[in-house]
Each structure stands twice: as C-alpha cells, then as structure tokens.
Write a protein that binds this ligand. Structure first.
Ligand SMILES: [Zn+2]
Ligand SMILES: [Zn+2]
Length: 327
C-alpha cells in the first residue's frame, strides 16, 4: 500500500446521532444468504487474485456451507435447540452453553460435499479429517474457539472453523433477534457469541453511513459508531488509510492508543464488497500497517492457518473480563 495516505477523521455526525432510536444495534444474519454471497464474491475475484487455487477451494467450501445452511433437515444437522441464557451477555459464547458435538455432523457433511470436487491433495486432508476421533475434533474445536489457532494442524483449521461457523450461525439468528430488541451497542466483540469481528462494514441500509462489525464465527453484525476505535473505544488518535485519496471503498482504521487496526469496507460505495473475501483479497494493505507497528484486531475465517493469538487476548471469554485489546 505504498500510495496509502493516512487522514485524520473529522467530527463524525454519526457519533452525534448514536443514541437515535432508529439505529439497529444488531443485525441478525441469514446464514444461507451470507455464504452464497461469499461464494459469489470469490468467483468474481477469481481472475484478479494470485491465490487462484485457494480461492477455488474457498468457493467450493462456502457453497457447501450455503447449501447446508438451507437444509430442510435442520434437526439432524444441528441437533436440538441448545439451552441458552438469553438474558445474559453473549448467550452463544462457547463458555455460556453446552454446544456439544453436533457441529461435527456439519463437518462430515461439508467433507462429503467437497470430496468429489477437490484436488487429490485436498482429498487426502479431508479423508484424514473425516476419520479423526471425535474427541480429538472436540479438542481442536475448543482450542480454536479459545483463539489458540496455532494449536490445530494448519491443514484442518479452515474446515473445522467452517463447520463451527455453520453451527453457530444457525443458532445465532434467534439470539441476534432478541439482542436487537435490547438495544445495547458499542461492543468490541460479537454480542451474540463473543467472537472477534472480521472487519467493519459501512452500510447503506438500514441507514447510510452506519458502521457494523461482522462476526467471524456466527455472521451477526453489530453497530459501532465510526468515531471510536473498535478495539479500545478511544477516539483521540484514529487514522484512516486508503489506496486512494477519496471515495476508497476499502480503508483501514488504525488507533494510536492501542495500536490496533481494523479494515473498513464501504458497501455504500461498492455494494459488491464481501467482508471475509475482500479482507482476504486486500492482504497487501495489512503489510504496511504491520510495518508501521500496528496489529490486527480481527479474525478472518478464510485465513485461519495464519492467525496467531491476538495480543493480550482470550478471544471468546466474557467481554467484561478482558484487558484492552492489543494493549
Ligand atoms: Zn458472533
Ligand atoms: Zn484503540
């Protein structure tokens, strides 16, 4: 991002309107639609990326997620409705309920869908994963949900997270609808499941210019005012970085206080942007921020093999027990 230029954000009108009653604090996902959009965006960018084979695999995986998310037999794929404390914070955080091992049904279904479509080398990985003991799979799932991505063999992490996300997004819809009615905003982590965001999305709907964070696990979006850092909430040293001076559809917001950074995707400028795919496709922009001493405060479900634990973090613990991100 050699042409990037930081610009100091000015007074954000949205901050002034943050208490306005018409701001939806939480937007529940439609998981089937989310995964279909992700697959379509991977197809659109296939010719522009140097990661052609990887994008092809991701497209098959997200298509399989989309099909399974819309299954007519949800009971056999997702099990019985889990017992949730809807009045608590992050009711769907792994520590808040018994999530069992129904996510492994989704994993086996994903593997069955992918096996006939992938290269022999990926087939080998999938066969190895399909015959892994359920106890081992449960251990790896727990480690990933705790943010210890590097404890899991890198060749498996993408598929395990895809299955966890399929399970979590299915049960998140109702929880997110309840949370939306409560009306509390400004969370750093997902108010439904406690996971980290992938990035910020500046939306045209429900009102132009509102910023939402998109969950890396359950696909819920939650509102966060644009004038504050998504990590630490500070607003004194926020900079925006972009490839072009004006109207850049993809920018990075950095915070001088906690040294964290988050991508911002302006879907009001380019409605085709998809949060996970465009974050992945713009990895070159991350490099400059890292060279400037900043750290990502986000997790991309399409790039888990590279995720190191975020500094000072236990990602899916209760939010109020946390130190400031990356501090
Ligand atoms: Zn979530
Ligand atoms: Zn900060």
């Amino acid at each position: 991002m050699s042409t990037a230029t930081p610009s100091v954000t000015g007074l954000d009108p949205e901050a002034l309107a943050k208490d306005a009653a018409d701001v939806l604090t939480v937007i529940p996902a439609n998981p089937g639609a989310v995964y279909s959009r992700r697959a379509a965006r991977l197809q659109e960018l296939a010719d522009d990326t140097v990661l052609t084979d990887y994008f092809g695999l991701l497209r098959l995986l997200t298509r399989a997620q989309a099909r399974l998310a819309q299954t007519s037999d949800a009971e056999s794929l997702f099990g019985p409705q889990p017992q949730l404390q809807l009045s608590g914070s992050t009711p769907l955080s792994p520590a808040s309920f018994d999530w069992g091992n129904f996510w492994q049904s989704g994993l086996q279904e994903l593997i069955s869908e992918l096996l006939p479509l992938v290269t022999p080398s990926v087939q080998e990985v999938l066969k190895e994963l399909a015959t892994t003991e359920p106890e081992q799979l449960q251990t790896w799932a727990t480690e990933m949900l705790d943010g210890r991505f590097t404890c899991v063999p890198a060749r498996f992490s993408l598929f395990i997270w895809a299955a966890l996300s399929l399970y979590w997004s299915h049960w998140a819809v109702n929880v997110a609808q309840v949370q939306a009615k409560v009306g509390e905003g400004h969370h750093r982590l997902c108010p439904v499941c406690g996971a980290h965001p992938i990035a910020s999305v500046v939306r045209e709907q429900p009102r132009q210019g509102l910023r939402y964070l998109h969950c890396s696990l359950c696909e819920t979006q939650w509102h966060r005012v644009r004038a504050e850092c998504t990590c630490c909430g500070d607003n004194r040293d926020i900079h925006l970085w972009a490839e072009t001076e004006t109207k850049a559809p993809l920018r990075i917001e950095s915070c001088g206080s906690c040294k964290g950074y988050t991508k911002m995707l302006f879907t009001d400028i380019n409605p085709r942007l998809e949060v996970a795919v465009d974050d992945l496709a713009s990895m070159v922009m991350d490099q400059q921020l890292v060279e400037e001493g900043f750290h990502p405060s986000t997790v991309n479900p399409l790039l888990l093999a590279h995720e190191e634990p975020l500094a000072g973090e236990e990602p899916l613990a209760s939010e109020d027990q946390k130190p400031a991100a990356n501090a």
